[in-house]
Each structure stands twice: as C-alpha cells, then as structure tokens.
Design a protein around this ligand. Sequence first.
Ligand code: GLN
Length: 506
Amino acid sequence: MSLLSEYDSIHALQTALASKKLSATELAQEQLKQAQSAHALNAFTQLDSAYTLAQAKAADVLLAQPNAPVLAGIPIAHKDVFVTQQWRTTAGSKMLRNYVSPFDATVVERLAQVGTVSLGKLNCDEFAMGSDNQSSAFGPVHNPWHADYSPGGSSGGSAAAVAAGLVMAATASDTGGSIRQPAALCGISGIKPTYGTVSRYGMIAYGSSLDQAGPMARSARDLVELLSAMSGFDERDPTSLVQCAGQPNNGERIRQSFTHWHEQFQHNTSQPLAGVRIGVPQEFFANELESNVGAAVEQALQQLEKLGAQRVSVSLPLTRAAVAAYYVISPAEASSNLSRFDGVRFGHRAAEYSNLEEMISRSRAEAFGDEVIRRILVGTYVLSEGYYDAYYVQAQRVRRKIVEDFQQAFSQCDVLVGPVAPTLARPLNTPQADPTSDWQADIYTVGASLAGLPAMSVPCGFSSGTATLPIGLQLIGNYFNEGQLLALAERYQLHTDWHQRRPESK
Ligand code: GLN
C-alpha cells in the first residue's frame, strides 16, 4: 500500500506536511522505497536517492516557515525529455543514454522553486514519438492496472508513476496527445494547456510548433496547482506567450480563472453547470471507437447533463484529415530538430568510421530506434524538393482549416467533450502489423494539438471483460480557457469517483 494512497489530494497531503504529521523527508524516503520496489513497471529511467533527499530536506525547511507553498514537499518526477543537471536526460533514446545537461529546463526549475521533491526521471517513447511506450530504448512501461498492457504514450512513465501512487504528480509533454492519451489509459488526469503557456526551454524538441508541456495528477484540482506553478512567460522560449502589461502572468491567470469558474459553478447547487454548452463532435463517435469506450463517454455526457450542462452536437469535419496533417507536420519538424544529433557535439558517436560523413551516418543509424528513423525519413521526404508543396504546404493548409473548424464549433458551445482515444490500452508485445495504423489511434487528440488549444483528460469509467482498464474523457477548450476546463472537470469529479479508483494494492 502506497503512503500516498492515504491522501486523496495535494491539499490533503499538504495539510499533513504543514502540520508536521509527516515530514517531506519521511515521505521522500517512503516514495523512493516504493519506486525501487515497483521496478517491474519500468516507469523510471533513473532514481537518485541522495539528490531527492537533499530536495526533501530543503522542503522541510520551507515547510517550517509560515505560508509555505502548497507544493512544498510534494513528491513528483519528470518525463525524461526535460533536461536536468542532476539526472541524465535520455529522451528514451540510446542517442542520449549518457547525456547530462549543463542546465535545468524551466519547468524543472519552476517546480523546484516551489519546493516539490523530484524522485527522478520517467520513461517515455523515444523522443516522445509513439503512443504505447514501446519505442523507448529502455524497454516498455507496464500499465499499473494490468502489467500485460501498455500505459499508452509517449508519457507512459509519467502516467504509470502517478497511477501506481509512486508520485503525486508528474510532468509530461504533449505534441499530439502524449499527456491526454496515457492519462486516459492509466486512469488519471492530465492537461495540455494552450500552446505557449508553459515554457519549452529545456524540453527536448519533437515538433516545435506542436510541443507543449503540462502536468499529470490524480484530479483536476491537483492539476491547477501544478499547471499554475509550471506556467508563465519565459524569455528563453521564443514561443512563450508574452504577458500583457497590467495582466497577471499565465500561472496566475489560470489560477484566477479557475477560481472564477469554480465559484460560478458553486452558485447553483442542484444544477452547477447550468448555462454551460458542451459540444459533442459527431466525428469523434465513428466506427473506430470501441464500444466500451463509447459507452463510458456517453455515460459521462449524461452525467454532465444531469449537472445542468446543455449538450450540442457539433462537427469537426477534418478529424480524419488531422491525422494525415499531423503525420506530415510533426515528422517534418522532427527531422529538422533531430538533425542536431550528429555525434559531433553531444550524444552517441559510433566507434568506427573512416570519414566525417560516415561518422555522422553511423552514429545516427546506431543510436536512433526504428520509429524515430521512420519519422526522420517521412519528415525529410515531405520537405524535399518536388514534394514540399504536395505534402508539407498542403498539410499546413489543412491545419489552418482545422483551426477555423474549431472556432466554428466554439461559436456553438463552450467546451468540446468526447473520447481521448478510440480504444483501451493495448496488450504489450503484440507485433506491429503496420506502423501507420498505430498512428490512426491519435485521431481524437491531434486536432487540438494542431490548433494549439488547451485539452485535458479525466477518468470516466472502466472496461468490462478480462482486464479492467481505465477510460478517459477528453475536454477541449478555446484558447486560454484552462481555468474553465479545470473547473468543469473538478465539478465532474466532485460527482463521480472514477478518479479515486486505484489499481489493486496501490
Ligand atoms: N502519438 C503521437 C506521436 O507519436 C503523439 C506523441 C506526443 O504527443 N508526443 O506523434
């Protein structure tokens, strides 16, 4: 039984820490023990007890002061795409197996400043490319609900560690669904904010126009704490949203907006969501949607209606085309971002070569896995002369139209609600029939990524059958509406208990 299972929220844990019922050091020691004994999950790429305990000691000092930050002493861990000075940063790749960054990512720095205690680095698909964590050079992560199943990806280690009670929250990144999909498949909550809200500085790039960091935790309420601490303008990230003069920074904006909506929803006790229009995209309920996922999502929609929300049917006509556009744009950007791994400055270098060109090509061929190589090939092809207009430019046109379609939908509703993934977690070690068919499973998540919209996942049920596996509900908001999304999700979680379910003995 995890010590964390005694506390159902960050606030409850914070109360125990602040009242000295528990010290950050005791908690960190216990969680390190848990994380070590859960090695079969393969959620962590690295633990470093000495550093974790030093952070815990500093958190205890912070906790001894009045008004300690709410995250002081809270055990977390970072997806292994955020660079850290203390731990190696592998991005799940052989290429960076021994890489130690000379600086910390902004997200790592910000969460350390508010006293969180990091247990280490979390396994993920190689360079965050994948949907089931099987492309990691360090082996697949197992789903805490059933060890024979994948936790989803690419942030599978983050989702598994939270679901298994090893940490209270984790950082993750989402380029086309990598926060939402593993959160859904592991029965936890996760949010990808509006593009530009959280700094990408020190987050290893996959598709730079899509990459966005965000937190995973047990509940929407906990996500508010994490996201507001992680967010904010950062001059070291050129895509970071600038704070307008006289306006609160992004972290404060999210907190204020959440509080506003939280109070709004509290007014009418029997119908807290009265006046909220939830748009249900009809294209999210097509043939590929597994029946038990569809049934759980339908039940969640009914629950939201019971709380007073009004259901509106909307259309996102380019849902299917979004997958194609995403798998042109993201590999194109990846092929460019990954060109820096040439064995010259850092990363793996082949032992034998006879000239510079051979050194580069051998280093890359030896250190990149199949999925990453596939993306580099696709990306290079769609950017090459003669194909650029037909693929890359065309995909950008589709992207523009997707942005417009979302705005059309938001003229009819406040929030979009639907499934996160069409299927449940997949069994591990099933041979991959056709790699591109796996890409189709990103159908409901890539649209919000291409449009840069905030989107989140909350648990909404379980499958029935041989394995009990979690199902997630996706909520997509308009730009900067994280506060409303989180308050809506919180309201849903106050009336349901899916987010409180834990895998056995966790
Ligand atoms: N599954 C998607 C991909 O492989 C999304 C990954 C992500 O969001 N990092 O590109």
